[in-house]
Unconditional design. Sequence first.
Length: 135
Amino acid sequence: MFSEHLKEEQLPAPRSAATIKINFTSRVFPTALRESCVAEEEEWLRKQAEARRTISADLSELEDLKEEEKNPDWLKDKGNKMFATGNYLAAVSAYNLAVLLNNKLPILYLNRAACHLKLRNLHKAIEDCSKALEL
């Protein structure tokens, strides 16, 4: 019954084959261009490049450090502990290294300014507070 019905129907001819040439726009981000915010992505890329330049410029000083010592948060905590014990010079050293690793954290400048106040380095304290306010 079904085979007889199929023979009676005329099947359409297959489609003809062709080649379509497509050029894709190169993108750093995996989202489609219509879904992305180009200005925000370019700002992010610029900040990443700036951070890489900052870190690579100071790489010779950082080669001797252990992996945890290359973490600005770890150094900040270390400086906080030294500040709490009254070892202000060591705390300044820890904050200095943390600032070398990440100069965009205002808390590092503020903590270092507190150390300078305790050491009576008032001009350096003012410089660090001003830098923190700029950020």
